[in-house]
Design a protein around this ligand. Structure first.
Ligand code: LMR
Length: 422
């Protein structure tokens, strides 16, 4: 475990004022109260020797002890955010959004815990160094680890991005099992060491079922606090509707994604609105909505991979920030946002105990409620059911990781598990 307390970042925003962020060797000369006591329960516990340190990350700069550098007015209490897959493309965008204030707000100081693997350790160190070099005032603390038990300790938010991509010849059930094992372990770690109110955002695919596995392995955490990312799909749907209607995205509202983050997902044009009017009235072209828009959104991940040669990175990171911002800010009247959430008690008759994407609203306190009054017509109902059936099947396939009894794991001829794979 390598640990770094907010040295550069703290200095940058402290009233020690116009001093600029400085390289490690100079930190000791800058005044302020740098504190290089490196042991605090848990997260820094492995930082015992100089050999474990690199760059300036062993320093601990505790600004709370510095009378000359009071916390800026209006700043909130620091929150701890753990991010897995910290060396990957998505994180490489997301971490800088988080540190800059874009994700949690410009009054929200952050302690970041980066979780990497043994293989990515050096790259995670590189990411940490770039964060250090960026002198973000809100970034108060940065820790890196290859152990979820350290990285998730006291986490208020856990953003689980790290997962293995499917290799050649690998069956869908193999992928579910392989990544499922990661999320089983991470769920157990969250259960033991995270803040019991921790919000868990699962991004690594197959994200709905990975979130389910983590949730079932973390009984100490509220089931409502496990979400899988479908905001990327929502953003994709909004963007396409805006272009078709020849309006700006801002005026496209009430766009829901239902179901699995797979090609069975259902981008809902029935309830979507453009400038307050029903999309079906404004666009009117039902053939386009059903036969072009719907598959376009369902397979957008694959289209990006085809162009880029890899999965979407920047847009996924943006959508994670959107996901979080939608939870920490009140939802505008007449709109909704989407995440895949636990289906327990849902008003749409979706089987309970799944992680299923639905339209949601938030008061801005980190929690959400399911929007209850979306119209489900026959076209939608059939497709919602197909995605539900797929998630039930995925749940069966991972029953050995959730401790639940389930039916047979049937890997169908039509393999729809990830948008990137068709
Ligand atoms: C996406 O929707 O862009 C990704 O989930 C695709 C993938 O398979 O990585």
């Amino acid at each position: 475990m390598l640990a770094r307390r907010a040295s550069c970042a703290a200095l940058a925003r402290s009233a020690v004022a116009s001093r600029r962020c400085a390289p490690a060797a100079q930190l000791g000369n800058l005044g302020g109260k740098r504190n290089n006591v490196r042991t605090k329960a848990g997260i820094e516990s492995a930082v015992e020797t100089e050999e474990n340190c690199y760059g300036i990350f062993c320093y601990n700069y505790d600004v709370s002890e510095d009378e000359d550098s009071p916390v800026p007015e209006g700043w909130k209490k620091t929150i701890r955010v753990a991010v897995s897959g910290a060396a990957g493309q998505i994180s490489n965008h997301l971490l800088f959004q988080i540190a800059s204030g874009l994700t949690f707000g410009d009054k929200q100081p952050i302690a970041l815990n980066l979780l990497g693997s043994d293989r990515s350790r050096s790259a995670v160190e590189g990411v940490a160094m770039e964060l250090e070099d960026s002198c973000y005032p809100l970034l108060r603390e940065l820790n890196i680890s290859t152990d979820p038990m350290q990285a998730f300790r006291d986490a208020d938010w856990a953003i689980l991005i790290g997962a293995k991509p499917r290799g050649p010849g690998m069956e869908r059930s193999d992928l579910l099992d392989m990544n499922g094992q990661i999320f089983q372990m991470q769920g157990k770690a969250l259960n033991e060491v995270a803040n019991p109110d921790c919000k868990v955002v699962v991004v690594g695919n197959p994200c709905n079922t990975n979130a389910l596995i983590a949730m079932e392995n973390a009984p100490n955490l509220d089931r409502k606090n496990f979400h899988a990312l479908t905001r990327l799909d929502q953003n994709r749907a909004r963007s396409q509707l805006a272009m078709k209607a020849n309006v700006f995205y801002e005026t496209v509202t009430n766009v829901a994604i239902w179901g699995n983050h797979s090609t069975t997902q259902v981008p809902d044009f029935v309830n979507a609105k453009v400038q307050g009017e029903k999309v079906t009235d404004v666009i009117g072209d039902m053939a386009w909505l059903e036969e072009e828009f719907t598959p376009l959104v369902q397979t957008r991940g694959a289209a990006v991979i085809k162009k880029w040669g890899r999965s979407s990175g920047a847009s996924t990171a943006v959508s994670i920030s959107d996901h979080i911002r939608s939870l920490v800010n009140p939802t505008p009247a007449g709109d909704c946002f989407c995440m895949a959430v636990c289906s327990d008690g849902n008003p749409y008759g979706i089987e309970e105990g799944l992680i299923y994407s639905m339209p949601l609203r938030s008061k801005g306190d980190g929690s959400y409620e399911i929007v209850e009054d979306f119209e489900i017509n026959d076209w939608l109902r059939a497709r919602l059911k197909k995605s539900e059936d797929e998630l039930v099947n995925e749940r069966n396939c991972v029953a050995h990781l959730t401790g639940m009894s389930g039916g047979a794991c049937e890997v169908g001829a039509e393999d729809t598990t990830l948008p990137g794979e068709n």
